[in-house]
Write a protein that binds this ligand. Structure first.
Ligand code: KG4
Ligand code: ZN
Length: 355
């Protein structure tokens, strides 16, 4: 069968080779996930067991509980992924797993599982960077998307503006200096009494609020115009709430949420478009949990349209943590010839582009 064949550092080229099917595992935070992905862009199954309800009780992810739940769920999630794909372990070409960044205990569950399965079944093992997975999620539904493109990764733990030069080749243009965008959503949601996870809850109540009601700051980082800082806007929300309480002014939750959401999304769009203009790349993608935010999507879409830039975004199920995106990233690593050894370990602070 004809299919796309990729070698690192070279252009994608056509070659006749058989299908590559990968079993991918993701357990870096609070989702236990497994997927079967064919030739990088065809998702045969995508099973996600979310722990959100459990962690909601504590107002955020409790690492120890996350690890234990992963252990309980991982075997059944993998079995279900294989069943839904109507495939057996023997039919897999490789086993891929997120090995960082993330919570060390949570990552270790996936890594140990992947190593055990790969060893027992005699399959190659591939460790995948979680952020690389988020970026690669864009390939799943946008079959025509090819590097180079720019990508904004906005999740609970990361905010990265990345130039995707080629498959597996990333240049970080900017990153957050303090809180990640999703983290800011979660913290502000907690402060205004919405609970965890904050992003979807802020988005929902914002629909009833006025985004121009309160002028929250849009921080700039002097050293690198592409870097982000969200701790200032979070503190501004807290100060605003305290000020209202002291002056006995009623707190309008929806107005705070809408104004905060606008402040954050304005900065994200502004930085993204600065990069589009400087690097003259006419393809822009977003990824990560916050990428499912409607206001961010609409803002990006409009800004891209105005500049004749093609805008890409994954469906919400591929924005939040999932294993299909890990299978997609693993496919390009597989084609580049990379394989990991049985000494693969969890690396909680793994940097993008590092091995
Ligand atoms: O990518 P993800 O599932 O996990 C990490 O790798 O961190 O992202 C989770 C983050 C959380 O902070 C959550 O509040 C945020 O994504 N999020 C959103 C929305 N949906 C999820 N933030 C804003 N608007 C949303 N609709
Ligand atoms: Zn993530």
């Amino acid at each position: 069968m004809q299919q796309q064949f990729f070698e690192k550092g070279t252009k994608v080229m056509e070659s006749s080779r058989r299908d590559v099917v990968i079993l991918a595992i993701e357990s870096s935070c609070d989702e236990t996930a497994a997927a079967v992905v064919k030739n990088g862009r065809e998702v045969l199954s995508n099973v996600i067991s979310s722990q959100i309800e459990l962690h909601t009780l504590y107002g955020g992810v409790v690492p120890e509980i996350a690890s234990r739940k992963h252990i309980e769920k991982i075997n059944q999630v993998i079995e279900e992924a294989l069943n839904k794909a109507h495939m057996s372990l023997e039919e897999m070409d490789a086993i891929a797993v997120t090995y960082g960044p993330g919570l060390v205990g949570a990552l270790l569950v996936g890594v140990a599982e992947a190593k055990a399965i790969a060893y027992a079944a005699g399959k190659p093992l591939l460790g995948v960077h979680h952020i690389e997975g988020h970026i690669n999620a864009n390939y799943i539904e946008n079959k025509e998307l090819e590097p180079p493109f720019l990508c904004l990764v906005v999740s609970g733990g990361h905010t990265h503006l990345v130039k995707v030069a080629d498959y597996g080749s990333y240049e970080i243009l900017g990153r957050t200096r303090d809180d990640a965008a999703g983290e800011a959503f979660d913290k502000v949601a907690r402060a205004i009494g919405l609970g965890y996870p904050g992003g979807p809850k802020i988005e929902k109540v914002s629909k009833e609020g006025n985004p121009d009601a309160i002028a929250f700051p849009r921080a700039k980082v002097a050293q690198n115009p592409y870097d982000f800082s969200f701790s200032g806007v979070k503190s501004a929300v807290l100060n605003y709430i305290n000020g209202c309480k002291m002056k006995n002014i009623p707190i309008v939750q929806a107005d705070i949420a809408a104004s905060f959401q606008k402040a954050v999304t304005d900065v994200l769009v502004e930085h993204a478009m600065m990069a589009v203009e400087e690097f003259k790349i006419n393809k822009f993608a977003i990824a990560g949990g916050v990428a499912s935010n409607r206001v961010l999507r609409d803002g990006m879409c409009k800004a891209c349209e105005e500049r004749n830039v093609e805008f890409y975004y994954p469906s919400p199920v591929f924005c939040t943590d999932n294993a299909a995106m890990i299978g997609t990233a693993a496919y390009y690593e597989y084609l580049s010839g990379r394989r990991d050894g049985w000494d693969l370990n969890a690396v909680p602070g793994l940097k993008l582009g590092e091995r």
